[in-house]
Ligand binder design. Structure first.
Ligand SMILES: *[C@@H]1O[C@H](CO)[C@@H](O)[C@H](O)[C@H]1NC(C)=O
Ligand SMILES: *[C@@H]1O[C@H](CO)[C@@H](O)[C@H](O)[C@H]1NC(C)=O
Ligand SMILES: *[C@@H]1O[C@H](CO)[C@@H](O)[C@H](O)[C@H]1NC(C)=O
Ligand SMILES: *[C@@H]1O[C@H](CO)[C@@H](O)[C@H](O)[C@H]1NC(C)=O
Ligand SMILES: *[C@@H]1O[C@H](CO)[C@@H](O)[C@H](O)[C@H]1NC(C)=O
Ligand SMILES: *[C@@H]1O[C@H](CO)[C@@H](O)[C@H](O)[C@H]1NC(C)=O
Ligand SMILES: *[C@@H]1O[C@H](CO)[C@@H](O)[C@H](O)[C@H]1NC(C)=O
Ligand SMILES: *[C@@H]1O[C@H](CO)[C@@H](O)[C@H](O)[C@H]1NC(C)=O
Ligand SMILES: CC(=O)N[C@H]1CO[C@H](CO)[C@@H](O)[C@@H]1O
Length: 848
């Protein structure tokens, strides 16, 4: 008894002492999130942990911090954590706790968007497929079986975070959590049950007692105490549903995602900077970039249909983790400018006034300071206005930020940030670092070996059923592939035949890709697209007298992730399937079909079966043949630069490096020729406003993370579905080519030189900064320098009519041999080559 009392006492004591001293109190009021009693302006950015590798996380997070972020946001991806009901996986790229701790170690905060519906261009919106098979379940509505599973997973994640003391209330980095996701966009389709479901989600989340606030994005009726937040390209017009809640922007799309078959979307940084500045101008205090690093959809994680493997998103950090300039740099300057305003911003609501048509001023005038935002929302014309007794020039579609209500530290349309040109270095696939084992007999063989994937039914665990089965219901997404096979006896006088042996085959499928084989011979295919996944195939085929087999291979390319009832959209051949001639037809839709889920090579795990004897080596391997596995070995490219494979020459398929899938590849899917006309940053952005790479493969390069490779003897396995030539693929490394900057003499100068009292301006003025961003690199030469009226872009600068003769010498003098240099952009440094003309300085430098 005494022992137990002592134990209890010890336990009580340990609890008392264990009580985390550093726990932060996160609440909110109508202005902002309040952390330990202080209202905060917070800049956040999305990085999804499974879209990169744990080895990449520290670098991505450091670059985010250097870019001025306070918070890292991520969704939690249910389907990778609970692939089989009640069997959890948090290893490797799925190690959520390690990711949150990595963010904490960098000194940043976390917004954990649990969902568990996440959309995110992620397979099935993040739902595990087994959920679909629970009897009576209806997703995202007032359905008991759904709510039970949603609660179980949400509580599981919250418990994991609590166990590791990761909530701010426990001294951890998590200051915010999200339940559900953009439900308001689809809510009306779910009728009255929707409201009950949202009320339930809110109270379920609140009851988990995380000690930090919850948000619901795009949910105008989010019940208290949940904060409703805004997602979109612009959120300045948004107001929360209560004057007790702050104005928060949880998804500001920094670009857009890529689809197979589409051109590459991008968003000019002047427009994002404009959107962000407008949000803070009009009372916002929390803003999240979706995405700050997009990354890669490895394996079968991409949503769809037809979401590409690259999820680059034109984000400030590119797919490979390389800083994307000038986006990263200009937003960094913007964040500094906003932070200079923080005290005034959180102290009051802004007062607004109109200074001219299309020009709005918002002033945060408080006893502890005054900050102002001046916006020209006109698309066409620059405007000059008088504010606070001074004159200000505002370019079209721009915001000027005045942390002291008097001096402009930044205008969103004026970029004073370095750009970098990326160099892609091609490397031939090196099969052996050393030549010691180079026997002459091997020299006769190709470096590739292959295995044919059988056409049609090849396995024993197949089944036959009358009628056509919906694919996702049948495969449970265990594979992209489902074979539909039928055999028919032909005597030669059937009314659906013409010219003796020909007939028209008609197949209708919900998508996404369909291949037809007649008597084991390839006879045609149909391919859907991201706008319409459905495939209707009409094809003249040859049959022969006697027994004929028709094998239809249906493939999915990422499961639907968005929309009301998206989980029920289905895929595969649902019919009709008909044979037809002039005098008759035969409907095969209700006949008995034989089904095989997945490929033989998937079942035998061909992609990790490196030594197996069935791999065939020949001096010439078969190419341009559908359904074939290829294998080779390679040494990793030297150095530490990010690595990709250029799949030019291949059709469509999947690739594995040392058994790990780097995702689906599809270089033969080409973007339309048109739609890439030049894009002006001014005016409202939409996802197809700015496109590049028209007429080219949607995705040609595929990321191979360094951590997937060893130094030597790596194995690359490809499954090629349509036909290609693997000897044409090559490895590339991505490197920073040169760094450039182009700054006008009208630019207000670096934000660093400012403080919220507007001090320091006179001493600096406009500056051009060059910096080598990689460790151990210095500026080694200046490729171009011009002060006057230079034009062009990084790598292609040209002198204008007006050009100072000494620019190159001045810049060389100031920069060579340094990691970082600053040059004043004015006639003081260069002399005046053309009086009365607005001049600028353009420089291209090489780091090595
Ligand atoms: C947390 O802060 C709120 C207001 O900011 C205050 O009402 C509350 O008492 C604080 N809670 C704790 C545990 O300090
Ligand atoms: C949802 O909750 C609100 C209060 O938060 C209540 O007014 C409303 O009646 C509830 N609706 C349903 C359908 O439960
Ligand atoms: C801020 O308020 C003070 C005191 O009311 C006033 O004198 C000043 O003009 C205001 N500043 C701006 C920029 O509105
Ligand atoms: C049948 O064959 C003839 C001669 O080869 C050809 O002209 C005709 O178009 C064919 N009929 C159909 C329906 O294809
Ligand atoms: C297979 O189809 C091709 C044309 O697509 C044809 O040339 C070839 O003869 C066919 N082979 C068989 C065995 O039917
Ligand atoms: C036709 O061929 C298929 C595949 O070879 C076979 O399974 C089937 O039994 C054959 N049917 C007849 C009637 O011979
Ligand atoms: C999947 O099967 C279920 C019954 O098992 C059915 O209710 C549902 O409609 C099917 N879905 C599709 C898309 O065919
Ligand atoms: C701004 O900088 C000036 C000059 O360095 C300094 O005197 C002043 O105190 C600073 N003001 C603030 C608010 O930091
Ligand atoms: C309403 C809407 O378009 N939502 C999209 C916002 O962007 C995210 C990320 O790209 C998507 O997941 C949403 O579907």
């Amino acid at each position: 008894m005494k022992g137990i009392l002592l134990l209890l006492l010890l336990l009580l004591l340990s609890l008392l002492f264990w009580e985390p001293v550093l726990g932060a109190n996160v609440t909110y009021d109508h202005r902002a999130l309040v952390i330990d009693g202080t209202r905060r302006v917070l800049i956040s950015g999305s990085i999804h942990y499974p879209r990169s590798t744990p080895e990449m996380w520290p670098d991505l997070i450091e670059k985010s911090k250097a870019g001025g972020l306070d918070v890292i946001e991520t969704y939690v991806f249910w389907n990778i954590h609970e692939p089989v009901r009640n069997q959890y996986d948090f290893e490797g790229r799925k190690d959520l706790v390690r990711f949150v701790k990595t963010v904490a170690e960098a000194g940043l905060l976390v917004h954990l968007r649990i969902g568990p519906y996440v959309c995110a261009e992620w397979n099935y919106g993040g739902f595990p497929l087994w959920l679909h098979f629970i009897p009576g379940i209806k997703f995202r509505t007032d359905s008991q079986p759904f709510k039970a599973e949603m609660q179980k997973f949400t509580a599981k994640i919250v418990d994991m975070m609590k166990q590791e003391n990761l909530y701010a209330s426990q001294g951890g980095p998590i200051i915010l959590s999200q339940i559900e996701n953009e439900y308001g966009n689809v809510q009306s389709a779910y009728g009255l049950a929707a409201k009950t479901y949202i009320n339930w989600s809110a109270s379920m989340a609140t009851s988990l007692d995380t000690g930090v606030p919850w948000v619901m994005c795009q949910q105008a009726d989010a019940p208290d105490p949940i904060i409703n937040t805004c997602n979109g390209f612009y959120c300045d017009q948004f107001t929360p549903n209560s004057n007790k809640k702050p104005k928060m922007w949880t998804e500001n799309w920094t670009g857009w995602f890529l689809s197979f078959g589409g051109a590459v979307p991008y968003r000019p940084v002047q427009d994002i900077a404009f959107a962000v500045a407008r949000f803070f101008q009009r009372g916002g205090t929390f803003q999240n970039y979706y995405m700050y690093h997009g990354g890669t959809n490895f394996g079968h994680t991409s949503g769809g249909p037809f979401i590409a493997t690259s999820y680059d998103y034109d984000a400030p950090l590119d797919e490979y983790g390389i800083i994307r300039q000038p986006k990263w740099g200009h937003l960094k300057e913007l964040h500094k400018a906003i932070k200079l305003c923080e005290k005034a911003l959180v102290a009051t609501d802004p007062t607004s006034s109109s200074l001219a048509p299309n020009v709005e001023a918002h002033v945060y005038n408080t006893t502890i300071g005054c900050a102002a935002f001046l916006a020209n929302i006109g698309i066409q014309s620059d405007v000059t206005v008088i504010f606070n007794g001074k004159s200000f020039h505002l370019p079209a579609w721009s915001v000027s930020i005045l942390p002291d209500c008097q001096n402009v530290v930044l205008n969103t349309a004026q970029i004073n940030s370095q750009t970098t040109s990326q160099q892609i270095k091609y490397q031939t696939l090196k099969h052996k670092r050393t030549d010691e084992s180079d026997h002459s007999s091997e020299a006769l063989q190709s470096d590739w070996s292959f295995v044919n994937e059988p056409i049609g039914i090849s396995e024993s665990d197949v089944f036959a059923k009358p009628g056509l089965l919906e694919q996702i219901n049948t495969t449970a997404d265990m594979s992209d592939y489902l074979w539909y096979s039928i055999s028919i006896e032909i005597s030669g006088d059937e009314p659906f035949l013409f010219n003796g042996t020909q007939t028209n085959l008609h197949v209708e499928s919900l998508g996404h890709v369909l291949h037809v084989f007649v008597n084991k011979n390839y006879s045609g295919r149909g391919i859907g697209n991201s706008g319409n996944a459905k495939v209707t195939l009409e094809k003249t085929i040859m049959l022969s007298r006697g027994n004929n087999t028709i094998d239809l291979l249906s493939a999915t390319v990422g499961l639907q992730n968005y929309g009301a009832f998206f989980d029920l959209s289905g895929a595969g051949i649902t019919g009709p399937v008909k044979l037809g001639g002039q005098s008759g037809s035969l409907d095969l839709s209700t006949k008995e079909w034989t089904y095989q889920i997945g490929l033989k090579g998937e079942k035998s795990r061909q992609f990790e079966d490196f030594e197996a004897s069935q791999w065939v080596s020949l001096s010439t391997i078969p190419t341009n043949q559908p359904l074939i596995w290829y294998k080779t070995t390679f040494d990793a490219p030297e150095g530490n630069d990010p690595v990709a494979i250029d799949f030019t020459g291949m059709g469509k398929g999947e690739a594995w490096v040392n058994g790990q899938s780097i995702g689906r590849y599809w270089p033969k899917n080409i973007a339309p020729q048109s739609g890439c006309s030049s894009c002006n940053y001014g005016g409202a952005f939409k996802s197809d406003k700015c496109l590049k790479n028209c007429g080219k493969p949607s995705q040609q390069l595929y990321h191979v993370p360094r951590s997937f490779m060893k130094r030597d003897s790596n194995t690359l396995v490809l499954f090629e579905e349509m036909g290609g030539d693997p000897t044409k693929i090559s490895f590339v490394t991505k490197q920073i080519g040169s760094v450039c900057a182009h700054v006008s003499e009208l630019h207000p100068g670096p934000v660093d030189a400012w403080n919220s009292s507007g001090q320091n301006r006179g001493t600096l003025g406009p500056m051009l900064t060059l910096e080598c961003s990689y460790p151990n690199q210095l500026i080694s030469s200046i490729r171009f320098a011009s002060f006057g009226t230079p034009h062009g872009t990084c790598g292609n600068f040209n002198h204008g009519k007006c050009s100072s003769a000494n620019a190159l010498a001045v810049v060389q003098q100031a920069c060579i041999g340094l990691k970082y240099c600053n040059i004043g952009v004015s006639a003081k440094s260069f002399g005046d080559p053309c009086k009365g003309v607005t001049k600028s300085l353009a420089v291209e430098a090489v780091c090595s």
